[in-house]
Design a protein around this ligand. Structure first.
Ligand SMILES: Cc1ncc(COP(=O)(O)O)c(C=O)c1O
Length: 471
């Protein structure tokens, strides 16, 4: 939080990391010079670059001239506060760290932005329907946050997504916005389904999303028992695979949702029960934190085709729910790295609107109300965890490594790599050092390297990296 102390800490890491114990005199002098220049010239701008705060923090977090983090809760609308000073004043009230500070204005701004992006895209493409977002309660079940999502979302009829029975109860109790949707996802038993249907009588708009074929029978039975016509959706397992950490939970082998033959089975069962017109929504979710826009486009394209086909099969299609996935650029690199994203919120909304519009126009189907279930994009920025730095982990300092001719071959090889590092070969040396280190672990695991030899390998390995700092 206090960037000046981060800077100091960083400088000490620089000095520790470069403890080249077996370096020649000239090398050592040169390295000392570099270290002292790095220390002297370390600035707030260096910190900004290193931590990319303007990448991930924009427009809410920044650094001021004192080296403190500032928060602009209203984003571009102006006004900011010094987070360091805020924490100091909280501490004076005898409230200690760690602390979670929530900025409700940021939450409001995120909801406004999401809705504004869809409105802009709808206007740009002359899309003939509306956007109705929902917030997935599972992404942050804090009651103050859920209540604020409802409050700030009211002008946009922003709803809630429930992923379980308790979340459904939260949604029914909290969401008091007329016409805002309650998307009922997750595992469903009879109680869940009946509760969702009864919510209609309370003036809510629940949509029961079928994720397992068995749930259709429960829906049909509950509908007859309660004499309520439900609004039903189906969650499809798209062939389009996600990307990043959650890629494995998507595609043909995904745990959640129905494959195409199962969707046809659901259509037939609803038709036989005389309630095919209850089927109004298609939902998919190709994973969270989708870092690449091309994955989002592919998923929308596939889902749009399924949507129009369902309409042609006689379902009363009205909603297309694109799930979550809208990513947050945690590392600020604006790439498709899993902790980043190579698109912004407007690109996301534009691609959804444009793809759905094209598919519907081609197949002469009315365009759906677009629903999205953005969790992290809505709720990640609004809370800050502040804690004390209790310690710093550093590369271990050790005695100079002396490698004799009779030492283990792996040590001699790594030592040679270390000695021969130059401007021309440092990349090769980097790969060699990694390879020797991995080999040394295998040798150790099979009992061919003693613990003292392994210690020398590890020390030399860090020395190699210290030497790279020159280049
Ligand atoms: C069905 C469903 N919808 C929405 C989300 C929220 O995803 P995100 O946080 O990427 O917006 C999730 C999270 O995994 C989910 O499983």
């Amino acid at each position: 939080m206090d960037l000046q102390s981060t800077i100091n800490q960083n400088s000490s890491e620089i000095s520790n990391n470069t403890s080249l114990t077996n370096t020649s005199q000239t090398d050592q002098t040169e390295i000392n010079q570099i270290e002292s220049e790095q220390k002297k010239s370390w600035t707030i701008e260096n910190s900004e670059k290193l931590y990319r705060i303007l990448g991930w923090g924009n427009p809410y977090f920044s650094i001021n001239s004192a080296g403190h983090i500032t928060v602009s809760p209203k984003g571009d609308l102006g006004g900011s506060l010094d987070l360091y000073e805020l924490v100091e004043s909280i501490k004076q009230r005898n409230i200690g760290l760690p602390l979670i500070i929530r900025f409700s204005d940021i939450l409001e701004d995120r909801i406004e932005r999401l809705n504004a992006c869809f409105s802009k895209a709808i206007a740009r493409y002359k899309y003939k329907n509306i956007y109705r977002g929902v917030f997935p309660v599972k992404c942050n079940q804090n009651s103050q946050l859920v209540e604020e999502v409802v409050k700030f979302g009211k002008p946009h009829k922003f709803g809630l997504e429930a992923g379980s029975k308790p979340e459904l109860l939260i949604a029914i109790a909290t969401l008091n916005t007329t016409d805002a949707l309650i998307i009922c996802n997750g595992y469903k038993d009879r109680e869940y389904i009946e509760t969702a249907m009864l919510a209609q009588r309370l003036g809510k708009t629940p949509i029961i999303v079928i994720e397992q074929v068995e749930e259709v029978r429960l829906v049909i039975e509950a509908s007859r028992k309660l004499n309520i016509k439900p609004v039903v959706g189906v969650r499809v397992k798209l062939s389009t695979k996600g990307i990043g950490r959650w890629a494995g939970t998507t595609g043909d082998r995904a745990k959640f949702g129905l494959n195409i033959p199962e969707i046809i089975q659901v259509v037939n069962q609803l038709k036989s029960a005389g309630i095919l017109d209850s089927l109004q929504l298609l939902h998919f979710h190709v994973g969270s934190q989708i870092s690449s826009i091309s994955v989002i486009k592919d998923a929308i394209r596939e889902a749009s085709q399924i949507y129009v086909e369902l309409a042609h099969l006689g379902a009363n299609m009205k909603y297309l729910d694109v799930g979550g996935g809208l990513a947050v650029d945690y590392d600020g690199s604006k790439t498709n790295f899993y902790a980043s994203k190579n698109y912004d919120m407007q690109n996301y909304a534009n691609d959804i609107v444009a793809e759905v519009k094209e598919a519907c126009e081609e197949k002469k189907v009315l365009p759906p109300i677009l629903v999205s279930e953005s969790g992290r994009a809505v709720a990640s920025h609004q809370s800050v965890l502040v804690f004390d730095v209790l310690g710093v982990s550093q590369v271990p300092k050790a005695e100079p490594v002396v490698i004799g001719k009779d030492e283990h071959l792996i040590l001699q090889n790594l030592y040679e790599t270390y000695q021969s590092i130059s401007k021309n070969n440092y990349q090769e040396a980097y790969h060699d050092a990694i390879q020797f280190k991995e080999e040394s672990i295998s040798l150790f695991n099979f009992g061919y390297l003693s613990i003292s030899e392994r210690a020398k390998v590890e020390q030399l390995y860090w020395d190699v990296f210290g030497k790279f700092k020159k280049y």
